[in-house]
Design a protein around this ligand. Structure first.
Ligand SMILES: Cc1cc2nc3c(=O)[nH]c(=O)nc-3n(C[C@H](O)[C@H](O)[C@H](O)COP(=O)(O)OP(=O)(O)OC[C@H]3O[C@@H](n4cnc5c(N)ncnc54)[C@H](O)[C@@H]3O)c2cc1C
Length: 299
């Protein structure tokens, strides 16, 4: 990260919200479920599958959690009625993890149960480190009852190798990613080379344990690591997939699809776009160019 990019990332919260919204359009399908459906239809036509995420996190009251459950149940019905190739991803703190772990479990249970009846699948996203253990506990409880639920492990977390070794015992379905939150060095690797090595190790261990793996990255070095294991373990499309975020790397998307791999695009939508968009913008090396262009109305 250059010094200029570093300074810009620190001053991003000062950028007016309308500018952030304009620049973030590439990362968010829109505010409504109809906009999300249009995006998924387009992706399906391109040969990609998708996962829908209702934007929102850190719910502090039960009403917000109830509303999120209701919307997720609607998403599942909408996927079914539109015959979309798509599953769902959800964040435990949007469903009550900051309020009460049991409330969160019951809320996710309702969604997974309905998804199961519709033959669909639910991915539980991994948030920042205060929620890692509870998220894993909730996942294990659900996994004892349902097959259609998966978890995420972050390669930057020092604990992830241990977590993976435990979770393979349940034949877990994993999404593996680097990790997006700002964690302390005591709990998370900071060196990008170590994070990449750890990512590769997690992929290898999960595949060796015969678990389904979603390799979620835009880093070609990690895509290559995935391809290496896919080749050496003679995997077919039922055993793995690549995953990318909406709007991040169109070229890599085409490369992966043209090579015949399954690719799932993470499609966020909803009114609560700000926190998600800020995380994406901070990762984008071109953020300065986009913001300056938006300020001056340049396309
Ligand atoms: C499908 C999916 C689901 C995810 N779920 C979670 C989760 O549950 N929990 C979690 O903590 N994290 C999650 N992440 C985020 C992930 O942890 C990383 O923060 C993010 O993917 C960037 O890491 P990278 O592997 O792409 O590698 P990087 O080294 O960060 O990026 C690789 C390349 O992509 C470019 N790039 C990355 N992001 C952007 C961007 N926004 N705009 C433009 N270029 C970009 C980089 O500049 C670089 O060239 C998810 C990511 C994906 C793809």
């Amino acid at each position: 990260m250059t010094l200029f990019h570093n300074i810009l990332v620190k001053t991003l919260p000062l950028v007016p919200k309308p500018i952030v919204k304009f620049v973030s359009k590439r990362y968010v399908a829109g505010a409504t479920i109809d906009a999300a459906v249009d995006t998924v239809i387009k992706l399906n036509k391109e040969g990609a599958t998708a996962t829908l995420d209702l934007l929102g996190e850190s719910a502090t009251n039960k009403e917000d959690c109830d509303a999120a459950v209701k919307e997720y149940l609607l998403i599942l019905e909408t996927i079914e009625s539109n015959n979309l190739d798509c599953n769902i991803s959800l964040k435990p703190t949007q469903l009550g993890l900051q309020i009460d772990k049991e409330l969160c479990y019951q809320n996710i249970h309702k969604i997974v149960e309905r998804a199961d009846a519709l033959n669909n699948f639910v991915r539980i996203d991994m948030e920042d480190s205060p929620y890692t253990s509870s998220t894993i506990e909730i996942f294990i409880r659900l996994k004892k009852e349902f097959q259609n639920v998966g978890i995420v492990l972050q390669a930057y977390m020092r604990r992830s190798l241990h977590d993976l070794n435990e979770l393979v015992k349940f034949k877990s379905n994993f999404r593996l990613c680097k990790g997006i939150y700002d964690e302390a060095r005591t709990i998370a690797f900071k060196d990008p080379i170590i994070i990449n090595h750890n990512f590769s190790l997690l992929i290898e261990k999960a595949l060796r344990a015969d678990c389904y793996v979603g390799i979620a990255t835009h880093d070609e070095k990690i895509v290559w690591e995935g391809l290496k294991f896919i080749d050496s373990f003679h995997l077919d499309r039922s055993q793995y997939e690549f995953q990318m975020l909406l709007g991040v790397d169109e070229e890599l998307k085409k490369i992966i699809l043209n090579a015949g791999h399954k690719l799932r695009i993470y499609v966020p939508y909803g009114e609560k776009w700000y926190a998600y968009s800020m995380r994406r913008l901070k990762e984008n090396p071109k953020v300065a160019v986009y913001i300056i262009k938006a300020f001056f109305g340049i396309k």
